[in-house]
Design a protein around this ligand. Sequence first.
Ligand SMILES: CC(C)(COP(=O)(O)OP(=O)(O)OC[C@H]1O[C@@H](n2cnc3c(N)ncnc32)[C@H](O)[C@@H]1OP(=O)(O)O)[C@@H](O)C(=O)NCCC(=O)NCCS
Length: 140
Amino acid sequence: MSIAIHPVTEADRAFWFTLDRHLIREEFARKVRDRMGYVLAADGRPTAILRYSLFWDSIPFCTFLYVKEGARRRGYGRLLMEHWEKDMKARGYGLAMTSTQENEEAQHFYRAIGYRDCGELNLPFPGYEQPTELILGKAI
Ligand SMILES: CC(C)(COP(=O)(O)OP(=O)(O)OC[C@H]1O[C@@H](n2cnc3c(N)ncnc32)[C@H](O)[C@@H]1OP(=O)(O)O)[C@@H](O)C(=O)NCCC(=O)NCCS
Protein backbone atom coordinates (compact mmCIF):
# COMPACT_ATOMS: atom_id res chain seq x y z
CA MET A 1 0.00 0.00 0.00
CA SER A 2 1.49 3.36 -0.98
CA ILE A 3 0.32 6.46 0.84
CA ALA A 4 0.88 9.96 -0.49
CA ILE A 5 -0.25 13.29 0.96
CA HIS A 6 -0.32 16.48 -1.11
CA PRO A 7 -1.53 20.05 -0.55
CA VAL A 8 -5.02 20.38 -2.04
CA THR A 9 -5.16 21.66 -5.62
CA GLU A 10 -7.94 22.75 -7.98
CA ALA A 11 -7.73 19.26 -9.52
CA ASP A 12 -9.03 17.84 -6.19
CA ARG A 13 -12.16 20.00 -6.17
CA ALA A 14 -14.68 17.34 -7.28
CA PHE A 15 -13.33 14.75 -4.86
CA TRP A 16 -13.08 17.26 -2.03
CA PHE A 17 -16.77 18.08 -2.12
CA THR A 18 -17.77 14.42 -2.06
CA LEU A 19 -16.44 14.35 1.53
CA ASP A 20 -16.79 17.96 2.71
CA ARG A 21 -20.38 19.18 2.84
CA HIS A 22 -19.56 22.18 5.01
CA LEU A 23 -17.01 24.22 3.10
CA ILE A 24 -18.37 27.20 1.20
CA ARG A 25 -17.44 26.84 -2.47
CA GLU A 26 -15.48 30.10 -2.65
CA GLU A 27 -13.48 29.08 0.42
CA PHE A 28 -12.12 26.07 -1.45
CA ALA A 29 -10.11 28.30 -3.80
CA ARG A 30 -8.72 30.06 -0.74
CA LYS A 31 -7.61 26.76 0.81
CA VAL A 32 -5.82 25.91 -2.42
CA ARG A 33 -4.20 29.35 -2.64
CA ASP A 34 -3.09 29.37 1.02
CA ARG A 35 -2.13 25.65 1.08
CA MET A 36 -4.47 25.10 4.01
CA GLY A 37 -5.80 21.73 2.94
CA TYR A 38 -4.39 18.28 2.23
CA VAL A 39 -5.49 15.16 0.39
CA LEU A 40 -4.30 11.68 1.33
CA ALA A 41 -4.24 9.12 -1.49
CA ALA A 42 -3.88 5.40 -0.85
CA ASP A 43 -2.55 3.50 -3.86
CA GLY A 44 -3.37 6.53 -5.97
CA ARG A 45 -6.98 6.76 -4.76
CA PRO A 46 -7.96 9.92 -2.87
CA THR A 47 -9.17 8.70 0.51
CA ALA A 48 -9.03 11.41 3.19
CA ILE A 49 -8.89 15.18 3.54
CA LEU A 50 -7.90 17.74 6.15
CA ARG A 51 -8.28 21.50 6.18
CA TYR A 52 -7.29 24.07 8.76
CA SER A 53 -7.32 27.75 9.63
CA LEU A 54 -5.53 29.88 12.21
CA PHE A 55 -7.20 30.41 15.58
CA TRP A 56 -6.38 33.92 16.86
CA ASP A 57 -4.53 34.30 13.55
CA SER A 58 -1.69 32.47 15.26
CA ILE A 59 -2.55 28.85 16.19
CA PRO A 60 -3.16 26.16 13.53
CA PHE A 61 -6.67 24.79 14.07
CA CYS A 62 -7.82 21.70 12.17
CA THR A 63 -11.34 22.61 11.05
CA PHE A 64 -12.19 19.46 9.11
CA LEU A 65 -10.80 15.93 8.89
CA TYR A 66 -12.58 13.17 7.03
CA VAL A 67 -11.59 9.65 6.07
CA LYS A 68 -13.83 7.93 3.52
CA GLU A 69 -16.23 5.40 4.91
CA GLY A 70 -14.80 1.94 4.41
CA ALA A 71 -11.24 3.24 4.83
CA ARG A 72 -11.37 4.06 8.55
CA ARG A 73 -9.26 2.50 11.31
CA ARG A 74 -6.38 1.92 8.91
CA GLY A 75 -4.24 4.73 10.29
CA TYR A 76 -5.01 7.29 7.56
CA GLY A 77 -6.49 9.84 9.96
CA ARG A 78 -3.43 9.60 12.18
CA LEU A 79 -1.08 9.90 9.18
CA LEU A 80 -2.86 12.98 7.88
CA MET A 81 -2.83 14.67 11.29
CA GLU A 82 0.86 13.84 11.79
CA HIS A 83 1.68 15.21 8.35
CA TRP A 84 -0.15 18.45 9.14
CA GLU A 85 1.49 18.74 12.57
CA LYS A 86 4.96 18.31 11.03
CA ASP A 87 4.12 20.89 8.41
CA MET A 88 2.95 23.33 11.10
CA LYS A 89 6.01 22.70 13.23
CA ALA A 90 8.26 23.33 10.21
CA ARG A 91 6.49 26.68 9.78
CA GLY A 92 7.32 27.62 13.35
CA TYR A 93 4.10 26.83 15.21
CA GLY A 94 4.24 25.09 18.60
CA LEU A 95 0.60 24.20 19.22
CA ALA A 96 -2.05 22.44 17.11
CA MET A 97 -5.75 22.62 17.94
CA THR A 98 -8.98 21.06 16.78
CA SER A 99 -12.54 20.48 17.95
CA THR A 100 -15.31 17.92 17.74
CA GLN A 101 -18.81 17.56 19.12
CA GLU A 102 -19.18 15.73 22.42
CA ASN A 103 -21.57 13.22 20.83
CA GLU A 104 -19.09 12.28 18.08
CA GLU A 105 -16.65 9.35 17.98
CA ALA A 106 -13.76 11.52 16.75
CA GLN A 107 -12.91 12.67 20.31
CA HIS A 108 -11.52 9.18 21.01
CA PHE A 109 -9.37 9.39 17.89
CA TYR A 110 -7.97 12.80 18.84
CA ARG A 111 -7.13 11.70 22.38
CA ALA A 112 -5.51 8.52 21.01
CA ILE A 113 -3.16 10.64 18.88
CA GLY A 114 -2.14 12.88 21.75
CA TYR A 115 -4.68 15.71 21.90
CA ARG A 116 -5.84 16.95 25.29
CA ASP A 117 -9.16 18.53 26.10
CA CYS A 118 -8.71 22.24 26.74
CA GLY A 119 -12.16 23.74 26.59
CA GLU A 120 -15.78 23.58 25.50
CA LEU A 121 -17.86 25.75 23.24
CA ASN A 122 -21.62 26.17 23.45
CA LEU A 123 -23.62 28.21 20.98
CA PRO A 124 -26.97 29.21 22.50
CA PHE A 125 -27.91 31.30 19.48
CA PRO A 126 -30.92 30.70 17.24
CA GLY A 127 -29.84 28.75 14.17
CA TYR A 128 -26.47 27.80 15.66
CA GLU A 129 -27.46 25.42 18.46
CA GLN A 130 -25.56 22.14 18.49
CA PRO A 131 -24.16 19.65 21.02
CA THR A 132 -21.23 20.97 23.05
CA GLU A 133 -18.09 21.37 20.95
CA LEU A 134 -14.98 19.97 22.66
CA ILE A 135 -11.78 21.92 22.03
CA LEU A 136 -8.54 19.94 21.98
CA GLY A 137 -4.89 20.84 21.69
CA LYS A 138 -1.48 19.20 21.30
CA ALA A 139 2.01 20.64 21.67
CA ILE A 140 3.91 19.93 18.45
C1 LIG B 1 -12.30 10.39 13.08
C2 LIG B 1 -11.54 9.89 11.87
C3 LIG B 1 -10.93 11.05 11.10
C4 LIG B 1 -10.44 8.93 12.32
O1 LIG B 1 -9.66 8.51 11.21
P1 LIG B 1 -9.20 6.99 11.05
O2 LIG B 1 -8.33 6.88 9.85
O3 LIG B 1 -10.39 6.11 11.08
O4 LIG B 1 -8.38 6.77 12.41
P2 LIG B 1 -7.01 5.97 12.61
O5 LIG B 1 -7.11 4.63 11.96
O6 LIG B 1 -5.85 6.82 12.22
O7 LIG B 1 -7.06 5.78 14.22
C5 LIG B 1 -5.96 6.05 15.07
C6 LIG B 1 -6.38 5.66 16.48
O8 LIG B 1 -7.42 6.52 16.94
C7 LIG B 1 -8.35 5.76 17.73
N1 LIG B 1 -9.67 5.79 17.07
C8 LIG B 1 -9.96 6.06 15.77
N2 LIG B 1 -11.28 6.02 15.55
C9 LIG B 1 -11.85 5.69 16.72
C10 LIG B 1 -13.19 5.47 17.13
N3 LIG B 1 -14.23 5.60 16.27
N4 LIG B 1 -13.42 5.14 18.42
C11 LIG B 1 -12.41 4.99 19.31
N5 LIG B 1 -11.10 5.20 18.97
C12 LIG B 1 -10.84 5.53 17.69
C13 LIG B 1 -7.78 4.37 17.85
O9 LIG B 1 -6.96 4.32 19.00
C14 LIG B 1 -6.96 4.27 16.58
O10 LIG B 1 -5.93 3.33 16.68
P3 LIG B 1 -6.25 1.76 16.44
O11 LIG B 1 -7.10 1.63 15.21
O12 LIG B 1 -4.88 1.15 16.29
O13 LIG B 1 -6.99 1.32 17.67
C15 LIG B 1 -12.51 9.09 10.92
O14 LIG B 1 -13.16 8.08 11.66
C16 LIG B 1 -13.57 9.94 10.23
O15 LIG B 1 -13.34 10.50 9.16
N6 LIG B 1 -14.77 10.04 10.86
C17 LIG B 1 -15.89 10.79 10.30
C18 LIG B 1 -15.65 12.28 10.26
C19 LIG B 1 -15.18 12.88 11.58
O16 LIG B 1 -15.71 12.58 12.64
N7 LIG B 1 -14.16 13.76 11.48
C20 LIG B 1 -13.56 14.44 12.61
C21 LIG B 1 -14.27 15.66 13.07
S1 LIG B 1 -14.22 17.01 11.90
